[in-house]
Design a protein around this ligand. Structure first.
Ligand SMILES: C[S@@+](CC[C@H](N)C(=O)[O-])C[C@H]1O[C@@H](n2cnc3c(N)ncnc32)[C@H](O)[C@@H]1O
Length: 422
């Protein structure tokens, strides 16, 4: 007999729950729920919405231990569709989302809207409408080298990030994002050494000398060309199409928030905003409609400082009803801990795709059920660094029934009560 399938409405990790929240929800249907829970609580919102590209995006998932060890086999899984009946439908969705984002912000709050040349002009006008023209702060150009090589027009090598405040009382700290002084950009200046031996570059303008010391930090302007796009082999890559670099989000989070502030991303994808927020000691609220995105976020967060003590809460619409998978799992008690072992997994869907047994499992967690919530205490997730799943997890003896959560390669979460060996 295998482990018993149970239905859980939500999954919650033990620990500092306030560190972060990941919600699997579709906009704009969840707008009222988010307003009821978070209106006026968010310090900054970053939005990287679909760009109205007319494309279907995918995730390249590595399969099983061999897939993570050698890069093959992989499976292309549908991530999300950026298809709209017409431009009006896209703009209507964006108007509702921007209005929601404005309502979630504190009066000191700001919003960064990431967009490209397709919808940029429309978004600038829409932002003026929703946030007010007087609250416009910057049109940041994120310039990069990667991408296609057009021949019939200049290759498109930048995205635009529109930066708006909710009110004139907004918080912004440029000093929090120093960058290295670029040799290339200051080589038109005269080099000098002052009486204390400090080297500087100088320029004379309107009869006045301006000195820029080499040992003083400089700060980014509104053209960001020092943050590269993720290269094919970048270790940050999760396989999720349209993933943005953590460095880009760290710059945004660092200048727009302070430690402990709440950062929100309503199109969270692979969870780059959550990772940046966690790295910088900010709390996060991340929303995405796609179970695969939530699964990728779970995995990334379990590897950050915030995720390690399981300080993240996942609010996910888990499937209800009957389950057609078979799971072999058992739990052994000790005095202060349980050992939970995952022995086998069989999924008809995986078998149809040629994937056998535990190769279809991408992550598993041991924890408790309390009411309809799963509280995770220990995790094993496949990564390039740890391709094999741990066969056993240790968890403390505390309230609730020992339970495991299995996340398959499609991002589906299932909960089972392991067979008791006591
Ligand atoms: C461009 S991607 C975000 C990528 C992300 N910044 C990252 O670094 O991985 C857009 C995301 O929006 C999600 N999405 C699209 N429409 C949505 C909707 N109506 N509600 C919630 N999420 C949506 C998609 O599932 C996708 O993951």
């Amino acid at each position: 007999m295998g482990a018993t399938y149970i239905h859980c409405g939500a999954e919650r990790h033990l620990g500092r729950e306030s560190m972060g929240m990941v919600m699997q929800r579709a906009l704009p249907a969840c707008a009222e729920e988010l307003r009821a829970r978070y209106a006026g609580a968010v310090q900054t919102v970053y939005l990287d919405p679909p760009f109205n590209t007319g494309k279907r995006f995918e995730m390249k998932a590595r399969i099983g231990e061999k897939g993570y060890r050698t890069g093959s086999p992989t499976l292309s899984l549908p991530a999300y569709e950026d298809l709209w009946p017409d431009r009006e439908a896209y703009l209507a969705m964006m108007r509702e989302t921007l209005t929601l984002a404005r309502d979630l912000l504190k009066k000191e709050g700001t919003l960064f809207l990431h967009i490209d040349c397709r919808m940029h002009a429309h978004m600038r006008l829409l932002m003026d409408e929703v946030f007010g023209e007087h609250n416009f702060l910057n049109e940041i150009i994120w310039s990069y080298q990667s991408g296609g090589r057009a021949r019939t027009y200049f290759p498109r090598k930048h995205d635009v990030i529109l930066f708006y405040a909710k009110s004139r009382a907004y918080y912004f700290n440029l000093r929090a994002v120093p960058i290295a002084r670029s040799e290339a950009r200051s080589n038109h200046m005269k080099r000098g050494v002052d009486a204390d031996g400090r080297t500087y570059r100088s320029i004379v303008s309107a009869g006045k000398e301006y000195r820029y010391y080499d040992d003083e930090p400089t700060y980014p302007g509104d053209v960001w060309d020092d943050v590269s796009h993720l290269q094919q082999k970048d270790p940050q890559r999760t396989g999720y199409d349209t993933q943005k670099p953590v460095r880009l989000l760290e710059r945004i989070v660092a200048c727009a928030t302070q430690e402990g502030d709440l950062v929100c991303d309503l199109f969270a994808g692979s969870g780059t905003t959550a990772v940046a927020a966690a790295n910088l000691g900010r709390r996060f609220l991340c929303v995405d409609q796609n179970p695969l995105a939530v699964a990728v976020m779970g995995k990334r967060l379990s590897q950050t400082a915030a995720g390690r003590p399981m300080g993240v809460c996942f609010d996910v619409e888990a499937p209800c009803g009957a389950d057609d998978c078979t799971v072999e799992a058992e739990v052994f008690p000790a005095i202060t801990s349980y050992t939970v072992r995952l022995i086998g997994f069989d999924s008809p869907k995986a078998r149809r795709a040629g994937i056998e047994g535990l190769d279809a499992v991408d992550q598993w967690y041991a924890g408790f059920v309390q009411g309809d919530a799963f509280r995770s205490c220990a995790a094993s997730v496949r990564t390039v660094g740890t391709p094999a799943l741990k066969p056993a997890l240790e968890m403390p003896v505390c309230g609730g029934e020992p339970c495991i959560m299995i996340v398959d390669i499609w991002g589906n979460r299932r909960f089972y009560l392991p067979k008791r060996r006591y």
